[in-house]
Design a protein around this ligand. Structure first.
Ligand code: PLP
Length: 514
């Protein structure tokens, strides 16, 4: 493809993308394909001779789109929002075109410096403590990582290294394995699965701690776990607190957890992957009270801040804890200014890195703080609208406080009823939602995800629930209202909205599933 063709086809692609977004409501939100659908539509070998762009592009609609789940459709309510916006897409286009591999400042100074500026901008927008900013000339700063999961893993490894080093300073005869085998980290039973996976990857124990009736991890639970584990000879070293859990968007109590971590010399990481974006609005900042106790904090602009995947930001108060922990500096990566600026390769797991800060820069400038606040508030308003529709129908019950853009609810009674409702919604296909289980209560999660979602879309969504509820109740048949499945295994306090019922063991459900 030469430059003239690129201009022509590039413009056509931009039109295609704009049309895709403008008309996304016309597409079924969910694909209808079965595994392997695409293999049968493709040749077995790559083409021997070049194909025309027209032929290739035609296959986007014929082959690709049938197998796409439209995450940016206002009918998509699964998981959490996946960010997207035109300025972000343009940022990715330019970043791809520049195509630098910004592992060091010298490798492309703009790549590093826009990242420093934009992570500072964002840190200030969220009202993070100053120690997290580059601008302060201290050891702190922000960095763009691929994902929140990668960040947790990195922080856990850095915390592990810090702890091992500290103990070996006290007793030089200690071997790494003697310490690592005794380390123990904590997160709530509602933390994202990636947190516990980090423990597996880092070969340290991670304990799930029970949460209260609001699914929040409380200080007394952490303190009791630490006391018990220390008495067994274990070494508590890491806590990952969640602000906005995946299941119900619950918030751990940092004001209680933070001082305990400080007293015990434990690294506190805060995972605010989804909800972090809401702290742009002052009215949500009460949920991050205690953030000053954290060593590291992360949130995903690729979730709720209009940036396309992948763009997760992590802030650290003392970069040396990363840089010194994993520093290998071969001569071919050194440069003469390396003590004056961050070389971001030391702040991450891979060596290479994309020019992702461009899209964050474009988004922050195109929307401004006020535009982003408006966007977040609109999603919360829409979630509240849905909540009020749900609460007006007394067949339903809300499962967790609706604080941000997520509504969690269920049909009162047996878990089986809500499972049937979920099956009906999937079969219906007009909207997409996922179920979750917390404390063995099965419920539906409805996230407001798309930038273009309106009140009309929320009404459509609720009407789908109403129609599907009729069908689910019909299928439940004679057992309607009778709790005929084995019931709920109540382990910990019952969420405050859920109707109390007899506790029995529910053999059908895996409480780890979200
Ligand atoms: N933490 C929370 C609270 C999440 O909700 C999620 C994903 O939804 C993650 C972490 C993982 O995010 P990522 O895909 O960026 O690793």
């Amino acid at each position: 493809m030469n430059a003239d063709e690129f201009r022509k086809y590039g413009k056509e692609m931009v039109d295609y993308i704009a049309d895709y977004y403008e008309n996304i409501r016309d597409r079924d939100v969910m694909h209808r394909v079965r595994p392997g659908y695409l293999t049968s539509l493709m040749r077995e070998e790559a083409p021997e001779t070049p194909e025309s762009w027209e032929d290739i592009f035609k296959d986007v609609e014929d082959i690709v789109m049938p197998g796409v789940t439209h995450w940016h459709s206002p009918r998509f309510h699964g998981y959490f929002a996946a960010g997207s916006s035109y300025p972000s897409i343009l940022g990715d286009m330019l970043g791809d075109a520049i195509g630098c591999i910004g592992f060091s400042w010298a490798a492309s100074p703009a790549c590093t410096e826009i990242e420093m500026v934009t992570t500072d901008w964002l840190g200030k927008m969220l009202n993070l403590p100053e120690e997290f900013l580059h601008q302060r000339d201290g050891p702190g700063g922000g960095v763009i990582q691929s994902t929140a999961s990668e960040t947790v893993f990195l922080c856990l490894l850095a915390a592990r290294t810090k702890y091992v080093k500290r103990l070996k300073e006290q007793d030089p005869n200690l071997r790494n394995v003697d310490v690592i085998s005794k380390l123990i980290g904590y997160a709530s039973d509602q933390a994202n699965s990636s947190v516990h996976r980090s423990g597996l990857l880092g070969e340290v124990k991670m304990k799930k701690l029970a949460t209260d009736g609001n699914y929040s991890l409380r200080g007394e639970t952490l303190r009791a776990a630490i006391r018990e584990d220390k008495s067994q000879g274990l070494l508590p070293f890491f806590v990952c607190a969640s602000l906005g859990t995946t299941g119900t968007c619950a918030f751990d109590n940092l004001e209680e957890i933070g001082p305990i971590c400080q007293e015990e010399g434990i690294w506190l990481h805060i995972d605010a992957a989804y909800a972090g974006s809401a702290f742009v609005c002052p009215e949500f900042r009460s949920y991050m009270k205690g953030v000053e106790y954290a060593e590291t904090f992360s949130m995903n602009p690729h979730k709720w801040l209009l940036c396309n995947f992948d763009l997760s930001v992590m802030w650290i108060k003392d970069r040396k804890l990363l840089v010194d922990a994993f520093n290998v500096d071969p001569v071919y990566l050194k440069h003469q200014d390396q003590d004056k600026v961050p070389d971001y390769r030391h702040w991450q797991i891979p060596l290479g890195r994309r020019f992702r800060s461009l899209k964050l820069w474009f988004v922050l400038r195109s929307y401004g703080v006020s535009g982003i606040q408006q966007y977040v508030r609109e999603h919360v308003r829409l979630a509240k609208e849905l909540e009020s529709m749900v609460t007006q129908d007394d067949r339903f019950e809300i499962v967790a406080d609706v604080i941000m853009g997520l509504v969690c609810f269920r049909l009162k009674g047996s878990n089986r009823l809500t499972e049937l409702l979920h099956d009906e919604v999937l079969t219906d296909g007009r909207i997409y939602i996922i179920p979750a289980i917390a404390r063995d209560i099965y419920f539906l999660r409805v996230a407001v995800c798309a930038q273009a979602t309106t009140s009309d879309d929320i009404r459509v969504t609720f009407n789908v629930f109403l129609e599907c509820t009729e069908r689910a109740l019909g299928k439940f048949g004679d057992n309607n209202g009778v709790d005929y499945t084995p019931g709920i295994n109540i382990d910990g306090p019952l969420p405050k909205y859920v109707t109390p019922r007899t506790a029995e063991v529910d053999v059908n459900h895996n409480s780890d599933k979200v």
